[in-house]
Every structure is written in C-alpha cells, then in structure tokens.
Design a protein around this ligand. Sequence first.
Ligand code: SAM
Length: 278
Amino acid sequence: MNIIEFRDFFRSQLNVSNKESDYIFKILLKELCNIDPLKIALEPNFLIKPENDKILISSLNKMIRNYPLDYIINKKSFFGNDFYVNESVLIPRPETEELVQWVIDDNNTNDKKKLIDLGAGSGCIGISISKTLINFDVTLADISKEALQVCNINKDNLDSNVKIIEYDLNTEFTKNQLFDIIISNPPYLDYSKKDEIDNNVNFEPYIALFAPIDNPLHFYKQILDFANKNLNRDGQIYLEINPVFIKEFKDLLIKFKPNDVNFREDFRGKKRLVKLSF
Ligand SMILES: C[S@@+](CC[C@H](N)C(=O)[O-])C[C@H]1O[C@@H](n2cnc3c(N)ncnc32)[C@H](O)[C@@H]1O
C-alpha cells in the first residue's frame, strides 16, 4: 500500500473521526517507522516498506482493541518532557500536571527543600518538579519494582538527579528522614465502580488504579500516617483525590488536624487537587 491508501485504511478501521484517525496514523509513522508524516501531503504515492507495513498493521489492531497509543509508542508528554511509559505504569494525566504546577508556584527556584513523591509510577511528578526547582532534594518511592525500572529510565533519559527507592506505603518508613513536602497521586479508583470507568484504563496496572475494595480512602490514611512521622512540622502535602470521596476525605482529616486545607478544581472543573498545610 502507498501512504495515502494506508491512511484511508486506518480511517476505515478505526471507530473515530477522520481527524483523530489521521492524528494516530501520523504519530505511528513518525514514532515507529521514522517516516515524516508530511509525505502524506507531499508524496502521496510513497510506498510503505513491508517491515513498516507490519508495524502499522499490528499497531492498528491494538488501537482497535482500545490499547493506549502512548503504550504503543512508549511515550507520553508531561510537563514539557517526554516520559517513557509501558504497561507497568499509569499513563501520566494532564490533571496531574496541575498538581506539579501548584508545588512550583508555591516555591522559588532557589528553595532547598526535601520532597517525596509517594507512588511515583513513571516518575513524572517528582522528575518534573526536580527539573524546575533545581535545589530540591527529590525522592521517588513506589512499591512496584517494574514501575521503579521505568522511573530509572526516565531519570536517565531526562538527566535528573532524583533518588529512587522501593517503598510500600503499608509499611513503616525506616529511613530516618524528614521531608518538607509530600506529594502523591495514589491509586484512588473505586473498584466497585469498575464497569462505569472508561475501558481504556483496562490496560493500565491494577495496582496503580484501584484502592482496596472495602476502603477507597486507604492510601490517603497511609499517606497521612506517613506524614505524622516523616513530615517536617510546617510541611505541606499535595494530593490528587477522587472527587467522589471529598466528604470522606474531609472526615479522615479531622484526626490529622492540618492548619489549612485548600481544594482546587482540575481543568475539567472537578475538585481533584488538595493541599494540606501543617
Ligand atoms: C495512580 S498511580 C500514580 C503514578 C504517577 N505518580 C502519576 O501520577 O502518573 C499510583 C502509583 O502508586 C503505586 N502504589 C500502589 N500501591 C502502593 C503501595 N502500597 N506503596 C507504594 N506505592 C504504591 C503504584 O505502583 C502506582 O505507580
């Protein structure tokens, strides 16, 4: 097939608008086949080689099954940088960029603070902060060895100086360290609502998405317990939360007595971000 025939084949197979199908086709050409998408307009008879033909067809079949494009190309742009992603980590979301921006806005580039990102996944939060707030001492922590491998790839690719540790939020933190800032986007989806959730999360790791079935606030309690022992006295916690459980979240806070609680809406108008000051 030539490039135009291939584009039209994508259009006919994908259940999306032509504009979206063309976008996907162009990304695959560029990222996986090293073919400049401009050829579609400038060289419509350009013949796709058999090896690229195979790659495009196999990617198309994945896309038909709602497999995420970001996993196919192993890349997701987040806060101005390309992060390597694979099935071991959550695909970074745009609302999480707003949480990162909040920390950056609250601090000066010269500040020297210790920050820990709990449940780091790809490392997108901590690495993005460390690249802007260059004097910050940033630690990334996750329970998943596979996610930590992805963190390490991103640390190297993006030339970052973060520290990476394996840590299970359900256990005592044995490193004798105090942090000024804790940031986390923990697993917060409600498993009982699984069927109502968009089916393209089907390919993301269960451990990154879902809170324990009987306790959707479980990880928030663990983070607050962690903060009780490991957060400096006037520290802050920045969290992404499930907008559905705001009341339960407020109830949980009573025991931990923060000095100040600020909720923020994400760009979709959902109360999804919160900052706790102690
Ligand atoms: C929602 S993902 C967030 C990933 C990344 N921070 C982001 O915002 O894209 C939650 C992360 O928490 C990690 N996690 C799950 N259970 C954990 C536990 N018990 N202790 C530490 N991390 C955990 C998962 O492996 C996953 O990487």
